[in-house]
Each structure stands twice: as structure tokens, then as C-alpha cells.
Write a protein of this length. Structure first.
Length: 165
């Protein structure tokens, strides 16, 4: 797909953190998240810090610190992750000329590209992290690490039945 690595890392990390909620620890360190998800730690740390600055995650420094979800995390739309993760190439750049084109000066692919662009933005606007977790729990998506063998629980209530590996 057209999304950046940092976008994928952000979404995977949010889903992973939701799977860890309700345990004995409230904060999960970037090193543990990167190990579980197979993501380079230094790169992931930058992504997580950006999410924390945006208020999507809470962070805490120190030996028992790390990252945790907050009330905003689960209701974060995917489109709101774009500025933080530079998820998409410039959607207003012409696919053929590498410069802006619009309805007044369209390129031959403008109409088709515009339809795709609008659909991508619609899906990103209408999809939030909790929707992805619901689909994950319902078995509508594949786990991307060993943690995927667990059901993800939000507010101490499973969203759906437990996924069997």
C-alpha cells in the first residue's frame, strides 16, 4: 500500500498496547514493543514519542516508564495519524508530472487519481483504532506477532470472542 513505515508502526503499536491493557503494568517500554512487533527500536521510539506529543499516547520516563493508551487512543482516526507519521505521499502532486494539477489544469490521470485519493481519505477518516481492534478480535485480520494469539480487551470487557490461533 502507499502508507509509510512509520504509519504501519504506529497502528501496530496502538493495537499491541491495547492488548496489554489491564495487566499489572500500566506502561510498556518501547524496547518491549519493538521486540514483540519486530520493529527497529530507535525508529519506533521516535514514532511513539510523536504519538505522545500529539496526545494519542501517554508516556512516562524512568525504569518503570514507557507508553500506554489513554482515552483518546482508541478513538483516534487513522487520518489523524498522517501528520505525525507522514503516512501518505503528497496527495496533491500530479501522478504524471510531479507537480500540482487540479480540475482547471488536469493531467490525463487526474480524474481517476482524484477518485482514488478521495476514497483513501474517506476510509482513513472513518476508521479508528477501536474498529481495527474489533476486526482483529473477530478474526477478520491476521495477527502480526505472537501477541495476536490473545484477545484484546478494552475497559475489562472483551470486544468479541477469543481468537484461536
Amino acid at each position: 500500500m502507499v502508507f509509510s513505515k512509520s504509519f504501519g508502526y504506529a497502528v501496530r503499536s496502538l493495537i499491541f498496547l491495547s492488548s496489554q491493557q489491564g495487566g499489572s503494568r500500566s506502561y510498556i517500554q518501547a524496547e518491549e514493543i519493538s521486540g514483540e512487533l519486530g520493529i527497529p527500536r530507535h525508529f519506533l521510539s521516535k514514532v511513539l514519542q510523536s504519538l505522545a506529543k500529539q496526545g494519542i499516547l501517554n508516556s512516562s520516563k524512568g525504569p518503570s516508564g514507557g507508553f500506554t493508551l489513554n482515552e483518546k487512543s482508541l478513538h483516534t482516526s487513522l487520518i489523524s495519524l498522517i501528520p505525525t507519521t507522514k503516512a501518505l505521499p503528497n496527495l496533491h502532486t500530479c501522478n504524471l508530472k510531479a507537480k500540482p494539477c487540479d480540475a482547471s489544469k488536469p493531467c490525463p490521470m487526474h480524474k481517476q487519481s482524484n477518485t482514488i485519493r478521495k476514497e483513501i481519505l474517506r476510509v482513513l477518516s472513518e476508521t479508528d483504532i477501536s474498529k481495527l481492534i474489533t476486526e482483529f478480535n473477530a478474526g477478520q485480520s491476521e495477527p502480526f506477532s505472537e501477541f495476536g494469539k490473545k484477545n484484546i480487551v478494552i475497559n475489562s470487557h472483551p470486544l468479541t470472542a477469543v481468537i484461536t490461533p
